[in-house]
Design a protein around this ligand. Structure first.
Ligand SMILES: Cc1ncc(COP(=O)(O)O)c(C=O)c1O
Length: 428
């Protein structure tokens, strides 16, 4: 433990450790938070929440969760494969399948587990089957800025269950430059061998940069490798991209069926923690056998199924989104408005989605910027300072009003003026 303590002391001393806030109540975007270090409580207007369609406090969603508790209790007390599967799981799987135009869906507790189960199950077939033997190696192509759940799953890909429990063909993982289709094509030419099972995996919307992966161009490249699997992590795309929130395929006007017709295999990971007012994740595809494989792979068998209230909340939220696409349109309008206001005020607002990263001049400490916004203006924005280039990660949602957004921009301009003098001004 000495090493841990020494390391953590260094982290505290360098100011890298995050400040913690505890939420006491929510009223729309108004949140009462307590600064854990001081116990100071205040009400703030949030631009941090990933509840992008504002459904976490919807009456219908809350009631669905309550009803599920009354019917099933608070937990299913087993994994889905043994005795933990409830009818709400089946309803949620069907709802997602209809929403994503992919007929087979399997649920997980969160994105990390879903991604690990998918990569592990696909690469290694952990339970031995008499007469089955796979010698085909797997080549995984991954964007360098992919989310941690993908990074973690692919770095484990060569060592996970199949390699522990039985013979398993080799897995090679090759990163390509961020959203760089030319680099992807070059690396595929260089590394793909005849007989490889090729899988490309990418965030649909990148969680720190708010940009969108160039799906159509990627498909054009992958088409040269028939049978390739393309996995889209739609954590930030579902409910946010496309006219009805269908995600990246709807955004680009492509149907997953079309990808299949072109000889590739589309797989989508949906998560419920952003647009669907809940927690959990799902893997959807055209292939029943993939769903069944995920059901029996070690990551599924070894853990609890999605609890009843969590499942019910996601199910009701997705139904709400499908019935009320205007929620998505409001989110998109807010996104355009807020980004344009930042640009008007010469902030470097990157990306193109409701995740609006505002890159700060390097002299400004994002943590200080954030605490000024909270203390002086009652505004809550997440500072990012060590998992990506320093920035304020502003997240627009469908409940924000123009007044809320104008208030944020005015406060950020004032805070920038207070904390930063451009070098040219200092010199004169
Ligand atoms: C691209 C991406 N994938 C996965 C996740 C994790 O999702 P969850 O917290 O719903 O499991 C996130 C969360 O921010 C994300 O941005």
């Amino acid at each position: 433990m000495e090493v841990v303590q020494e390391y953590m002391q260094g982290l505290y001393d360098s100011g890298l450790y995050p400040d913690h806030y505890i939420c006491h109540q929510k009223r729309g975007n108004l949140v009462e938070i307590e600064e854990e270090a001081t116990g100071v409580r205040r009400e703030v207007l949030t631009f941090c929440t990933n509840d992008v369609l504002g459904l976490v406090q919807s009456k219908a969603v809350k009631q669905a969760a309550i009803d599920a508790i009354l019917q099933y209790g608070t937990s299913n007390s087993s994994c889905p494969t043994l005795s933990g599967r409830i009818d709400l799981h089946r309803q949620l799987e069907r709802e997602i399948s209809a929403f994503k135009h992919l007929p087979h869906t399997h649920l997980f507790l969160n994105a990390w587990m879903a991604m690990q189960a998918l990569i592990d199950g696909f690469c290694h077939f952990a339970a031995p089957v008499r007469g089955f033997h796979n010698d085909r190696e797997t080549l995984i192509m991954t964007d360098v800025l992919n989310h941690g759940c993908i990074v973690s799953a692919v770095v484990n890909a060569g060592t996970r269950s199949g390699r522990v429990f039985s013979h398993s063909a080799k897995v090679r993982v090759k990163p390509y430059r961020h959203c760089d289709v030319g680099d992807l094509a070059r690396k595929l030419r260089r590394y793909a061998k005849p007989g490889d099972r090729i899988m490309l995996v990418s965030d649909a919307v990148f969680s720190m940069d708010g940009d969108i992966t160039p799906l159509p161009e990627m498909l054009d490249v992958l088409e040269n490798y028939p049978g390739s699997v393309i996995v889209m992590d739609e954590a930030h795309a579902s409910g946010a991209l496309g006219a009805t929130g269908g995600g990246i395929y709807e955004h680009f006007g492509i149907r997953p069926q079309e990808v299949q017709r072109r000889g590739m295999v589309p797989i989508i990971m949906t998560t419920f923690s952003k647009f669907a007012a809940s927690a959990g994740a799902a893997i959807s595809s055209h292939t029943k056998e993939l769903t069944d494989l995920l059901d029996v792979c070690p990551t599924s068998i070894g853990t609890i199924s999605l609890p009843p209230p969590t499942t019910a909340a996601a199910l009701e939220a997705i139904r709400q989104v499908r019935q009320n696409p205007e929620l998505v349109q409001t989110l998109q309008a807010n996104t355009r408005y807020l980004r344009s206001r930042f640009i008007e005020h010469e902030f470097e607002a990157i990306g193109e989605t409701n995740v609006i990263p505002v890159i700060l001049p390097e002299e400004i400490n994002p943590k200080l910027f954030s605490s000024q916004l909270i203390e002086e203006y009652g505004l809550w924005v997440s500072p990012i300072w060590f998992i990506a280039k320093p920035r304020m990660r502003v997240v627009a949602n469908a409940l924000h009003t123009k007044e809320d957004m104008d208030r944020l921009v005015a406060a950020m301009v004032a805070t920038r003026n207070a904390l930063y003098r451009p070098k040219t001004m200092v010199a004169t």
